[in-house]
Ligand binder design. Structure first.
Ligand code: SR1
Ligand code: MG
Length: 396
């Protein structure tokens, strides 16, 4: 019998035996499928004869997207520990962890079989009226409650230590903040027909590079809150009643605007897709959802901050200033996320599956225009400014 005392990368057969040994109620004949479609890890659904199922997620020594990314399997510990903390702060909004195995770098969790990945559903223009309420709660609770304002100072430092995430942060430092602008590892993939435009609009714009460089320094140095670190619509499972946020393997202490900005950017990709297919109702839903998500996030975040025991939190001007900075950060970072998803290696299907190619190019340019204004124009600091910006590029 395998004792699982030494790490190895499991296949579908191995995972069945693993679950038989480790999980109560899964002792009979099991069925296992590898269902992962992310860039990094292996995800298995294991079913028993009664139809019950669990998910096993294992980190391999390399990223799935490219063998050039050799990564510590410790990312599975980071993901599991982040899910446990998020589960304490927002229990209904993350999957339940059933087991974490440090040796095998895998965790077993609740199977969200009644949910769909939000990006896939938005690709066919499905809308969710509860999204803004729930995702704003997820962000406000998890971000604000892990800041210096709400956490015991020693606990905050302990969290910072546990979530030093050098390798996955390095992916972000390169893939998000550097490569889209200077293509230093030659990993960027430009859409055929859009190369020249991107060369002059992005590669040659040194003012843009400078602003992004400042934002990169912020990402490297500002330990504001425990971030999800990859809060895009592919990290959200959703159904008509609720949602669950998954995949926090990029979790680390960073600027709050990073998570908020990622969400804004990824909703904007869905918006650009909606425009490409002339789905007017869907486009309006995205605009309304952006507005209410960000407004609700600010309202909830401010309410949580009001309970801070930090002595200087009595100054409401301090809290206002803090929230203003988060707001401006989010739009600049949204621009950076839009650029990297269009220019860089890790693309999004909202845009890549737009046909014909001319419509995809239009969608890409629309997003890159919005992105540049978000990064360079410091006046874009509130969600109303952003919605106006979307209107500006709607017909262009
Ligand atoms: C090599 S990993 C590429 C991307 O996939 C993840 O979802 C993150 O967004 C990362 O940047
Ligand atoms: Mg992921």
């Amino acid at each position: 019998m395998v004792m699982y005392s030494k790490y190895f990368l499991m296949n579908e057969e191995d995972v069945k035996s693993y679950v038989q040994v480790k999980i109560k109620g899964f002792s009979g004949t099991l069925h296992s499928d590898e269902i992962g479609d992310g860039n990094l890890n292996y995800v298995f659904r294991v079913k028993n004869e009664q139809g019950d199922s669990v998910i096993v997620k294992q980190a391999g020594p390399q990223a799935r997207i490219s063998e050039d990314f050799v990564l510590s399997t410790d990312r599975n510990r980071i993901e599991t520990e982040a899910l446990i903390i998020e589960g304490e702060l927002t229990p209904s909004l993350v999957p339940e962890i059933l087991l974490f195995d440090e040796v095998m770098s895998c965790c077993v969790m609740e199977d969200l079989k009644d949910f769909e990945i939000m990006r896939k559903q938005m690709n066919v223009f499905k809308t969710y009226d509860h999204f803004a309420e729930l995702i704003s709660t997820f962000m406000a609770e998890n971000l604000i409650r892990t800041t210096d304002f709400l956490l015991d100072p020693k606990k905050k430092k302990e969290y910072q230590k546990r979530f030093i995430n050098p390798e996955l942060c390095e992916i972000t430092e390169h893939l998000v903040y550097t490569e889209p602008y200077i293509d230093f590892k030659k990993q960027n993939i430009l859409t055929a027909g859009n190369e020249e435009w991107i060369h002059s609009f992005v590669y040659k714009d040194t003012a843009l590079h400078l602003e992004v460089a400042k934002r990169k320094i912020q990402f490297l140095t500002e330990a504001q809150a425990l971030l999800h670190g990859d809060l895009h619509t592919g990290s959200i499972f959703i159904n008509d009643e609720t949602l669950k946020v998954i995949d926090p393997e990029f979790a680390f202490y960073g600027p709050i605007g990073y998570d908020v900005g990622n969400l804004i950017a990824n909703l904007t990709f869905a918006w650009a897709r909606g425009l490409a297919y002339k789905e007017d109702e869907f486009v309006s839903w995205i605009e309304e959802t952006l507005l209410s998500t960000i407004q609700l996030f600010h309202k909830k975040a401010r309410n949580i901050l009001a309970a801070s025991t930090e002595q200087f939190a009595v100054y409401s001007a301090l809290l206002d200033d803090y929230m203003e900075q988060i707001s401006r950060d989010a739009f600049a970072i949204a621009g950076i996320e839009m650029n990297r998803r269009i220019i860089g290696l890790a693309k999004v299907t909202d845009i890549t599956s737009i046909e014909p190619i001319d419509a995809r190019i239009t969608a890409e340019r629309r997003c890159l225009n919005i992105a540049k204004e978000c990064i360079l124009n410091k006046e874009i600091s509130h969600i109303q400014d952003y919605i106006k910006l979307l209107q500006k590029y709607k017909n262009g």
